[in-house]
Design a protein around this ligand. Structure first.
Ligand SMILES: Nc1ncnc2c1ncn2[C@@H]1O[C@H](COP(=O)(O)OP(=O)(O)OP(=O)(O)O)[C@@H](O)[C@H]1O
Ligand SMILES: [Mg+2]
Length: 358
């Protein structure tokens, strides 16, 4: 891998022969999205989440497993980790009997918790697999996207979790841990999944490029992917696949990635700011209108403006007034307010603050 990178500092171009030999001359592959194709198959393949991997590996070696609560931002490996661990613990045959996976697309109201989850939890299980190997004498109930469960349904789990602790382990997964009721969090070992570090993401993406024989991708393209995905590997891989499909002949550069990711080009944002600082209100109106007409999402413009404003050389007071307005605009956009008016309102505040000396 390192040699691969060093060999071409400018562009990342796997050699066709080498890559073809690597894939063993496979026939046309099934059309699977790359995120699924490269979902970790075993716990060892999960990158960057060392603590949880260490605990799971201990239990793979025969130690007991606590009830688990995984939380963290999207695309950081929560679902993949527990599915891979369950597969390794039970093997493909027992998996279906031993693991109950419920996510937000399944009905998980209080009734289901009372019946389905409780009944499944009460079943006792043996400590060996059909193939004779030892396996843990408990089942696993995975409640994915648990933050969308009602508090009543969560409360119904409290006693079940305690009573069936001899035969069942629970794994709750969510993005927002504050939406899980306190009594449940205190029954679980909590693991925070961190956004993936840039170098780890980069390594994964290069690996995928090698395997998929993505020619024509430049290193700056990969760096741009890592930057726009902000630690969300799923987003990075999805964008990579779109980019690879889009430009089969052209080189995948930073600007191609920026284009497909819907990021507003930095020049456009800079232009808006300069209009705020030096222009007139009429010019500002035109600039905002043009941005909206170009189809950039209001929330995206807001996020990028936020990142830049923090770095600008304005006084603390000016920055605090502007960011307070940003918070209001953000909420209004979530509630479905008009993007043009909201951004114009925000830009006016920036203009006011920047032009008055304080
Ligand atoms: N730590 C990781 N190691 C390896 N691959 C990862 C990791 N995190 C994410 N991925 C990649 O991203 C895809 C999505 O990961 P996963 O479904 O586990 O995310 P998640 O944390 O459950 O996200 P969500 O909160 O949106 O459900 C996986 O298929 C895999 O390709
Ligand atoms: Mg998930």
């Amino acid at each position: 891998m390192q040699a691969f990178l060093k060999g071409s500092t400018q562009s990342v171009k796997p050699q066709r022969d080498k890559a073809a030999a690597g894939s063993g001359g496979e026939k046309r592959q099934k059309a699977v999205p790359w995120v699924e194709k490269y979902r970790p198959k075993c716990v060892d393949e999960v990158a960057f989440q060392e603590e949880v991997v260490a605990v799971l590996k201990k239990s793979l070696e025969g130690a007991d497993l606590p009830n688990l609560l995984f939380y963290g931002p999207p695309g950081t490996g929560k679902t993949s980790t527990i599915l891979a661990a369950a597969r390794e613990l039970y093997g493909p045959e027992l998996y279906r009997q031993r693991v109950l996976e419920l996510n937000a697309s399944d009905e998980r109201g209080i009734q289901v918790v009372r019946e389905k989850v409780k009944n499944f939890a009460q079943l006792t299980v043996a400590g060996t697999r059909p193939d004779g190997k030892a396996c843990p004498p408990f089942k696993i109930i995975i409640l994915d996207e648990a933050d969308s469960m009602t508090s009543a349904a969560q409360a119904a789990l409290r006693r079940t979790m305690e009573k069936e602790s001899r035969t069942t382990r629970f794994c709750l997964i969510c993005n927002y841990v504050s939406r899980i009721i306190e009594p449940l969090t205190s029954r679980c070992s909590k693991f925070r999944f961190k956004p993936l570090a840039n170098d780890i993401q980069q390594e994964r993406l290069i690996e995928i490029c090698e395997k998929e024989i993505v020619l024509y991708i430049l290193l700056q393209g990969i760096e741009a992917l890592v930057k726009v995905s902000e630690g969300d590997l799923r987003k990075a891989i999805t964008l990579l696949q779109s980019a690879a499909r889009l430009s089969t002949e052209k080189e995948i550069t930073e600007s191609v990635i920026i284009e497909i990711a819907g990021v507003v080009p930095p020049k456009v944002i800079e232009n808006l700011l300069q209009t705020c600082y030096k222009g007139t209100f009429e010019k500002l109106e035109v600039a905002v209108k043009t941005m909206i007409d170009e189809g950039y999402a209001g929330t995206q413009i807001l996020n990028q403006l936020h990142d830049i404003i923090i770095e600008e050389s304005l006084s603390d007071k000016q920055k605090s007034v502007i960011t307070e307005k940003m918070a209001v605009v953000d909420k209004c956009l979530v509630d479905g307010a008009d993007e043009y008016l909201q951004l114009l309102g925000l830009s006016s505040v920036i203009m006011q603050q920047a032009t008055q000396n304080s």
